[in-house]
Design a protein around this ligand. Structure first.
Ligand code: GLY
Length: 325
């Protein structure tokens, strides 16, 4: 049975109300480009190629918290996580705590296709990436990021941020312990009815070195099964992982719930458990319907489906965006 090809991507859920107009505009431009290039791959190749291409474009943009735009951990280093999943055979590849490369999603894909494992972390993942022929990239830590780090760190230490309070206490008690020391995703369905999901992130500002979130964990930041659909989550990884949010969404779709209703149920679940302001999710179901939901001020997103002239892009809830029930 032929299905209408669709790609839906996100550039992270979060408090977009704080962003300057030009920053929002940059994100819209890159979301559109990523959806358009992902859709080209969807037309000529597969859902798997489409989600990889779209996530790669966002990793290369430098404007999202993934690849070149990845934020800094508490030791002022970049540690990225990424994953990809093929709904045809439940193939999974993921990397965690990787630095020095600009496209972790493509390394994840090679792990899926060329190893017997699903997740490789840290230095071993970096060595494997070199073995696969990926070039080291030295410019992940920029002056702008270091400046922003100082602001975020000082606000946090002064108690102006409500997150990571246990780590803050630990640092205040043992200064120097760490030597002073957002997310992109895509889901797609191709004309053969194959679904895929991909995610990539730098985690979040000031996370502990070695911390791994939802992104490389199967069923948490991503899931894809031709029998049901594909989902990709964004937000606070520790909360998303506790609820295996992407698998929850895909289980609902497998039970016949539409992509939109499954996304809404996933966001209701995380909101009921942990409150608002922590997550977003996108999905396509196995019939080619798409859905999205978030409990944050916004979620950058773009959609391209056959029959559309160009990708639809939105960040806030009140903006027009093609929505199904
Ligand atoms: N969802 C991204 C992270 O928490 O790492």
């Amino acid at each position: 049975m032929k299905v209408r090809p669709v790609i839906l991507i996100h550039g992270g859920a979060g408090n977009y109300k704080r962003f300057a107009a030009e920053d929002l505009e940059k994100r819209r431009v890159w979301l559109k480009k990523a959806a358009a290039e992902g859709f080209d791959a969807l037309s000529s190749k597969s859902a798997l190629d489409a989600v990889e291409v779209a996530v790669k474009v966002m990793e290369d943009s430098g404007v999202f918290n993934a690849g070149l735009g990845s934020v800094l951990s508490l030791n002022k280093k970049v540690e990225m996580d990424a994953a990809i999943m093929d709904g045809r055979d439940l193939g999974v590849g993921a990397v965690a705590c990787i630095s020095g490369f600009k496209n972790p999603v493509s390394i994840a894909r090679r792990i899926m296709e060329e190893t017997d494992h699903i997740l490789i972390v840290g230095k071993a993942a970096e060595r494997l990436a070199e073995f696969f022929g990926f070039k080291r990239y030295g410019n992940l830590i920029t002056e702008a990021k270091l400046k922003r780090f100082e602001r975020v760190y000082n606000d946090w230490i002064e108690g102006k941020r409500s997150r990571m309070l246990k780590i803050r206490k630990m640092i205040l008690e043992r200064k120097g312990l760490f030597d002073f020391t957002g997310t992109v995703g895509a889901v797609a369905i191709d004309s053969e009815g194959n679904v895929a999901s991909a995610v990539s992130t730098g985690g979040y500002w000031l996370k502990l070195p070695g911390r791994v979130g939802d992104v490389p964990l199967v069923g948490c930041g991503f899931y894809a099964d031709n029998n049901g659909g594909a989902a990709s989550a964004t937000g606070i990884g520790e909360l998303i992982a506790r609820l295996t949010l992407s698998k929850f969404c895909c289980d609902l779709m497998r039970a016949g719930v539409s992509a939109q209703k499954a996304c809404e149920a996933a966001i209701d679940l995380i909101t009921n458990k942990f409150g608002k302001g922590n997550a977003g999710i996108i999905a396509v179901d196995d019939k080619g319907n798409w859905g999205f939901a978030f409990n944050t001020a916004g979620m950058g997103r773009a959609l391209m489906a056959s029959g559309m002239d160009e990708p639809a892009v939105a960040i806030f809830d009140e903006e027009p965006f093609p929505t199904l029930s």
